[in-house]
Design a protein around this ligand. Structure first.
Ligand code: NAP
Length: 312
C-alpha cells in the first residue's frame, strides 16, 4: 500500500508531495490515518536544514521529516485502541515517526481516543501546546487565585493556552504580544495586555510566574520583576543553564520545561481540560498538505493567533 506524504527538499528549502510506501505497525504500534497535523517550529527548522541528526534518523524509515502532533483515525487494533477509533497523538519529538503523511505507525502509548464532539482540527490544535501549558500551570508552577502571571508570546500556541489555563485558575494574567493581537489575548483571559513595543514591558509588577514562550529573556532578567517564590519558565531551558544555577541560590525559581513526549494519562488530562472548558482550541489557519510551504511560512510569521494546521 502506498500513501501521500510530505517530503522536504532540504537543499531547496521546500516541501513537495510524494507517493511513499505506507508504514506497517510493529509490536506495540497502531497504524493511524492522519486527518489533521499541526505545524511546529521544529518542522520549519527542518525545512531550513536544521536538526541534521534527527533528519538522518527519520530518513531511515521514509521520506517524511516533519510533523509530530495530530488527530486521526486508528486503522489497526492495539491493546487499548481499536481500529476505527478517533485518536490524538504526540509522536516523540526527537525520535518518533513523523506525521505529515496519510499514515504513520505510532506507539500506542503516544495515543489517546477522543470524544465525538471534539473536531479533528480542534483536537490537533490542542495536543502539544495544550500539554505544555498543562505541564507549566499544573506541574511546574501551579498558580493560586489572585496570583500574577506574565505570559510573553501570548498569541502563540503555548502562550494562548498558558493565558487560558492561568486565567481559569483565577490568576491575574498580563499578556505580552504584538499590538495587533491585544484583543485576541484578552479573549484568552488576559486582564492586561502589554506590547513588545512598550518600553520595559516586564516591569512594574511582582509576578508569581513568568512564562517566556519565545525564550528571549532569562532567569536573571525575569528575576528582577518576579515575586519571592515566583517561577521563570522558558520554552528553551537549555539556552539558560546559567540561570538554573543562579536560581539554586535564589528565593526565586527556574522551572525546567522539557516535554518531549506524552503518555495516555497526560493526553487524557488534556482532553479533560477541553471538556471542562479550561482549554479552548486556538486555530490561526488551516492549509492543505499540498500547501505545506505556505503553512510553514505562516508559522514563521510574527502576529499569528494560535496554531497553524495541515489538513491531510
Ligand atoms: N520545552 C518544551 O517542552 C516545549 C514545548 C512546547 C513548545 N516549545 C517551544 O516553544 C516555542 C513556542 O512554541 P509555539 O508553538 O507556541 O510558537 P508560536 O505559536 O510561534 O508562538 C511564539 C510567540 O512568540 C512570539 N515571538 C516570536 N518571535 C519573537 C521575538 N523575536 N521576540 C519576541 N517575541 C517573539 C510571537 O509573538 P507575536 O507573533 O505576537 O509577535 C509568537 O506568538 C517554540 O520554540 C517551541 O519549539 C518547547
Amino acid at each position: 500500500m502506498t500513501m501521500r506524504a510530505l517530503a522536504v527538499d532540504v537543499a531547496a528549502g521546500a516541501c513537495r508531495i510524494v507517493e511513499a510506501p505506507a508504514p506497517r505497525p510493529g509490536p506495540g504500534q497502531v497504524l493511524v490515518e492522519m486527518k489533521v497535523s499541526a505545524v511546529n517550529e521544529m518542522d520549519v527548522q527542518v525545512r531550513a536544514g536544521g536538526w541534521a541528526r534527527q533528519v538522518r534518523q527519520f530518513r531511515k524509515t521514509g521520506p517524511v521529516l516533519t510533523g509530530f502532533e495530530f488527530a486521526g483515525v486508528a486503522r489497526s487494533d492495539g491493546a487499548r485502541i481499536r481500529a476505527g477509533q478517533r485518536v490524538i497523538g504526540y509522536s516523540p519529538v526527537l525520535d518518533g515517526p513523523r506525521t505529515h503523511a496519510q499514515f504513520a505507525a505510532i506507539d500506542e502509548r503516544d495515543l489517546a481516543p477522543i470524544p465525538d464532539e471534539l473536531l479533528d482540527e480542534d483536537a490537533a490544535a490542542l495536543v502539544v501546546m495544550g500539554l505544555t501549558a498543562i505541564e507549566v500551570l499544573e506541574a511546574i508552577a501551579p498558580l493560586k487565585a489572585g496570583q500574577k502571571a506574565l505570559v510573553i508570546g501570548a498569541a502563540g500556541g503555548v502562550g494562548a493556552y498558558g493565558v487560558q489555563l492561568a486565567a481559569s485558575r483565577g490568576a491575574q494574567v498580563t499578556a505580552v504580544c504584538s499590538a495587533a493581537n491585544a484583543d485576541f489575548a484578552r479573549r484568552q483571559g488576559a486582564a492586561e495586555v502589554r506590547t513588545y513595543e512598550a518600553a520595559a514591558y516586564q516591569q512594574g509588577d511582582a509576578f508569581n510566574l513568568v512564562l517566556d514562550t519565545p525564550a528571549r529573556s532569562s532567569f536573571g532578567e525575569a528575576a528582577r520583576y518576579m515575586a519571592r517564590g515566583g517561577t521563570y519558565v522558558s520554552t528553551n531551558p537549555t539556552a539558560d543553564l546559567g540561570g538554573f544555577l543562579r536560581a539554586m541560590l535564589s528565593p526565586k525559581r527556574a522551572g525546567w520545561l522539557m516535554l518531549l513526549r506524552a503518555d495516555p494519562a497526560r493526553l487524557k488530562r488534556l482532553i479533560a481540560a477541553w471538556c471542562a472548558g479550561t482549554l479552548r482550541p486556538v486555530i490561526d489557519s488551516v492549509y492543505d498538505l499540498s500547501d505545506a510551504d505556505a503553512a510553514f511560512d505562516r508559522f514563521a510569521t510574527r502576529g499569528k493567533q494560535g496554531r497553524v494546521l495541515l489538513r491531510i
